[in-house]
Design a protein around this ligand. Structure first.
Ligand SMILES: Nc1ncnc2c1ncn2[C@@H]1O[C@H](COP(=O)(O)OP(=O)(O)OP(=O)(O)O)[C@@H](O)[C@H]1O
Length: 583
């Protein structure tokens, strides 16, 4: 119920429209009840040989009732379904905006497909519940109260007999509702798994093709879908038993009415017109009785869906929130790491294990080390992708958790090994970091990252659309577009996390030369496996198993006889010489 209350909040802006819709629904139902009453009048009049004008009068009233009903039906459709669609959009907007506030920890725990399913299938169920569900409930309440009142007015005893089978409806209701609810929950979870699988397979289509795994995946998908069908069948069976049982109970009620009511007409206790009207109201009652099944369906789906959406809306970023204003910070780029130990959420091992470092503003540092040494982890703590333990990471002397993430990230340029490009033009991808950047600035940046020769080969140069809906760009082109994107915002701190891994040494050195003037005064952290780069920076930090193994300038580290840096450097130099010889 709590979830329902939260979602009812979304109705508030559409209160007026919904009130019009409810009014139209009331009119539809009330006019619907007037029609059997008019019939009663006509039938009771017939034995008295009524004048033709009287009959025409009744026909006119019936015609008017039908007309009013038609207009009112249009009204409730327009004013009850319309707002439910608008509410769906409002919830979706809210959900999307909320997704963007969540951090990496959240996305690590939830599959994209599952989130997509919540934003589509579940949202649709909520819309149906808030629109159709409430409409049916309201309609049922009005019809039940109205018809019962009129039936009692016509003949209380007959009403009592007609309602005798009613307790069976309650028994049926409570027998089935739990079983139906459990089935709904598992159907919606399965639907999420299906969406996840489609999403994952489409994202990894190249790998599937490369390893010829299409048939295996088709089989796996088929199994998942068969499970889905089985679950739906099980639910359909439940409804298959529930709805006909209800209809049967209503049929019994009609039979009792015919039997007892018929006798009363013969005895002259009630008129034929009253008997016909009574049956009309009893039939009208059968719709809300049957609608109970439909409403249970909508209700269960809706409530399950609300719970699943609410779970997302209740999720909060795991990052420590800072109330400080942007103006409170003048970021210069001095970084201090104090006995930093860090483990990822749900992991028991420390990815970083007691790191101590001081990096002066405007200097450049290369981070090298074996795979899994913790280099990327350390880099991700700077823009607060994850939060470092309190007091272990300082920026310009301030604990980094006190700097709001959005302020911090405005001053950090981050390029990762496999950058993500949006399905838009190269220009838009670069300007993403600074939408107000001028054409000249974008072009200068393109030149700086040595992308000009590539652009000449693209059909529309900077206006070429890349990504899923556009041309495929190579890993090296992606890295350079991402570098331009990071540099165009003129960051105080630049992080290049293996950002040149797809470039050849020659291009790498051209880019480094080009960007030297741009990054003048910027604290530059370069994670690399290529030690040729390490010679061109102010300092080298060697990481191993989450610890700092060596720290110093290239020449110093080369002096260490058993040093890790010296060993890796020598191996790479040897490999380079071999390559040259073999050429
Ligand atoms: N998101 C994550 N969740 C859990 N563990 C992670 C996550 N990212 C990295 N790790 C683990 O943390 C450790 C350090 O990984 P990290 O990516 O920082 O190493 P790295 O030095 O950058 O390696 P590489 O050179 O291969 O990029 C590894 O053991 C890795 O498995």
């Amino acid at each position: 119920m709590e979830h329902v209350r939260t979602f009812i909040q979304y109705m508030k802006p559409y209160k007026r429209e919904m009130l019009i819709g409810i009014f139209a629904l009331l009119v539809t139902d009330l006019v619907g009840m007037v029609i059997p009453w008019l019939l009663k009048q006509v039938i009771d009049l017939l034995p008295n040989d009524p004048a033709q004008s009287q009959l025409i009068g009744f026909a006119g009233w019936l015609f008017l009732a039908a007309g009013v009903q038609a207009v009112a039906r249009y009204g409730w459709r327009r004013y009850l379904f319309g707002p439910s669609r608008k509410m769906e959009i409002d919830i979706l907007n809210h959900l999307f905006a909320h997704f963007l506030t969540l951090d990496r920890t959240f996305f690590q725990k939830h599959e994209v497909g599952d989130l997509m399913s919540r934003a589509t299938n579940d949202l649709r169920a909520v819309k149906d519940f808030l629109g159709l569900g409430l409409l049916v409930v309201l309609d049922a309440v009005v019809v039940i109260i109205g018809c019962l009142a009129l039936m009692i007015y016509i003949n209380p005893k007959l009403t009592l007999y007609a309602l005798l089978p009613l307790p069976f409806i309650s028994i049926l209701f409570f027998t089935f509702i739990r079983a139906i609810s459990i089935r709904h929950q598992s159907i919606q979870e399965n639907l999420s798994r299906i969406t996840s699988m489609v999403q994952e397979n489409l994202a990894g289509i190249r790998v599937l093709h490369a390893f010829v795994q299409e048939q295996n995946e088709i089989n796996r998908f088929d199994r998942l879908n068969r499970d889905h069908i089985d679950q739906n069948m099980s639910l359909a069976k439940m409804f298959g038993l529930f709805t006909p049982s209800l209809v049967f109970v209503i049929g019994v009620a009609a039979m009792i009415t015919l039997w007892i009511g018929g006798k009363e007409v013969i005895d002259g206790t009630i008129t034929l017109g009253s008997f016909v009207a009574f049956n009309g109201y009893l039939m009208m009652l059968s719709w809300p009785m049957m609608a109970i099944g439909y409403v249970i369906n909508l209700w269960q789906k809706g409530v399950t869906a609300m719970r699943r959406i609410q779970h997302i809306l209740d999720s909060r970023t795991a990052l420590v929130q800072s109330e400080k204003e942007e103006g409170a910070f003048d970021i210069r780029g001095r970084i201090e790491v104090r006995r930093l130990a860090f483990s990822y959420p749900d992991s028991e091992v420390n990815a970083l294990d007691g790191i101590d470092l001081k990096i002066e503003a405007g200097t450049s540092v290369a981070f090298i080390g074996m795979i899994g040494a913790g280099k990327s982890t350390l880099m991700q703590l700077l823009p607060r992708v994850f939060d470092a333990p309190q007091g272990s990471l300082l920026l310009d002397g301030t604990p980094i958790s006190e700097v709001p993430a959005f302020v911090l990230r405005r001053h950090i340029g981050y390029v990762e090994q496999e950058p993500f490009l949006f399905s838009t033009t190269i220009r838009n991808n670069i300007a993403l970091a600074r939408p107000e950047a001028s054409e000249e600035e974008i072009e200068a940046m393109v030149h700086c990252v040595h992308l000009t020769p590539d652009l000449e080969r693209f059909p529309k140069g900077l206006d070429t659309v890349v990504g899923e809906r556009g041309v495929s760009v190579s890993g090296g082109q992606k890295q350079r577009i991402a570098l331009a994107r990071a540099l165009i915002r003129k960051p105080r701190i630049l992080i290049l996390d293996d950002a040149f891994s797809s470039l050849d040494v020659e291009t790498e050195s051209i880019i480094l030369n080009n960007i030297r003037s741009v990054i003048e005064g910027t604290t530059t952290l370069i994670v690399t496996h290529r030690l040729s780069l390490a010679r061109q920076v102010d300092r080298v930090v060697v990481l191993g198993e989450g610890k700092v193994l060596e720290d110093g300038v290239h020449a110093e580290l080369m002096q260490k006889q058993d040093g890790v840096y010296r060993r890796i450097y020598s191996n790479q130099a040897l490999a380079r010489e071999m390559e040259i010889l073999l050429k």
